[in-house]
Design a protein around this ligand. Structure first.
Ligand code: SF4
Ligand code: SF4
Length: 208
């Protein structure tokens, strides 16, 4: 199903042609872009009976993002010249809208920090996950904590270079789970299941 982001800082999203294109001759169907993109821009399909990445929802792509191109092992993914984004920023004078969004974000951060400071018994658990962490879909993580009242903060994902990967070096994902102890318990359990299902290892779990 198409899931277009309706606007980008007040500009109709479809007026900015920023999205990936895949060269099917170079794509080896490794699926890295498919599992990495948190916006579900990609689908996997077949061309001439070979598995290939397909751009399924182009305008869901985050304007200015090039993550999938950076990690594609065969440089099969291309993007337009970033000048089109800079031109759109200038042409549509987006910055008053950006400042409003920044104010809203600051307000949200303040509210979150106040809630953390005033909620009794808030605990933090630091998690470190090792393995092919690119399989961890951020959307799945968000969905997992969204209903719980907990939060996942300080998320970082480090993917080894292609050479390091061939030598067996794992990727590392770090994050901090924060919430009331009873909330943390259920999310922690669900996280462990997710980690297990993706063939990953919980390499560190610091409680408190
Ligand atoms: S990361 Fe590159 S090679 Fe792998 S499926 Fe995507 S486009 Fe194809
Ligand atoms: S650039 Fe970012 S948002 Fe766009 S398709 Fe690639 S990973 Fe997804």
């Amino acid at each position: 199903m198409q899931n277009p982001t309706p606007s980008w800082h007040g500009i109709e999203r479809t007026s900015i042609p920023w999205y990936p294109t895949v060269n099917p001759d170079q794509c080896i169907g490794c699926e890295l872009c498919f599992v990495t993109c948190g916006k579900s821009v990609y689908a996997m399909g077949e061309i001439d009976h070979k598995r290939k990445a397909l751009v399924n929802d182009p305008y869901a792509c985050v304007v200015g993002c090039t993550t999938c191109a950076n990690i594609c092992p065969t440089h099969a993914i291309g993007f337009p010249d970033p000048i089109i984004v800079l031109n759109a920023e200038r042409e549509h004078k987006i910055f008053s809208q950006v400042h409003k969004e920044a104010d809203a974000r600051r307000e949200k951060i303040t509210q979150r920090n106040t809630a953390i400071q005033t909620t009794p018994n808030v605990v933090r658990e630091k998690l470190e996950i090792a393995g092919e962490v690119e399989k961890l879909n951020l959307s799945s993580l968000r969905a997992l904590v969204a209903e719980s009242g907990c939060d996942l903060i300080d998320i970082s994902i480090t993917i080894p270079s292609i050479l390091e990967h061939t030598q067996g070096a794992p990727g590392i994902a770090k994050m901090t789970l924060i919430g009331a102890p009873d909330q943390i318990g259920s999310v922690s359990e669900a996280l462990n299941t997710l980690i297990y299902e993706h063939g990953l290892t919980l390499s560190k779990h610091d409680k408190g």
